[in-house]
Ligand binder design. Structure first.
Ligand code: 4NP
Length: 150
């Protein structure tokens, strides 16, 4: 199973989601992350995201931001998007129904469609990053259970 987490910049939410998910899934799973913009390409995650993950004993400091590519739609089985803008952008890049079926909103699995977005903590403070971490942790648990059941 190959899972791709996607947000806007690939420096806050999706690097955290990647780091969290890697601690939960079997070793033969591939977990990666990407952004819909290339503005931060090559950068390590935001310092606050690195610190928040470290507070939970997860090291995301070696990750590097990269934009989503055409190849990702072939490589990955599941592509999870952090918010609706990202979802719409990623869906618009799909070329066929098979690719489209791989794409979903990350928080949809929690069943609350009104609150299916992971808020962007980029303009916030450390408490916003911790809230995002908790949300991502719940979402990753639910996604892992859903995948392992199927
Ligand atoms: P992310 O957060 O999508 O969770 O990585 C953001 C990072 C950078 C920007 C926006 C959101 N930005 O505008 O540069």
């Amino acid at each position: 199973m190959k899972i791709l987490m996607v947000c806007l910049g690939n420096i806050c939410r999706s690097p955290l989601a990647e780091g969290i998910m890697k601690t939960k899934v079997p070793e033969n799973f591939v977990v990666d992350s990407a952004g819909t913009i290339s503005m931060h390409e090559g950068e390590h995650p935001d310092k606050r995201a690195i610190k928040t993950a470290a507070n939970h004993n997860i090291d995301i400091s070696k990750q590097r931001s990269r934009p989503i590519t055409r190849k990702d739609f072939e490589t990955f089985d599941k592509i999870y998007c952090m918010d609706i803008d990202v979802f719409e952008d990623v869906v618009s890049k799909t070329r066929n129904e098979e690719e489209r079926q791989k794409v979903s909103l990350f928080l949809e699995v929690l069943g609350d469609h009104e609150n299916a977005e992971v808020p962007d903590p980029y303009w916030g403070d450390m408490s916003d990053f911790e809230k995002v971490f908790q949300l991502l942790d719940r979402g990753c648990d639910a996604i892992k259970n859903q995948i392992l059941k199927s």
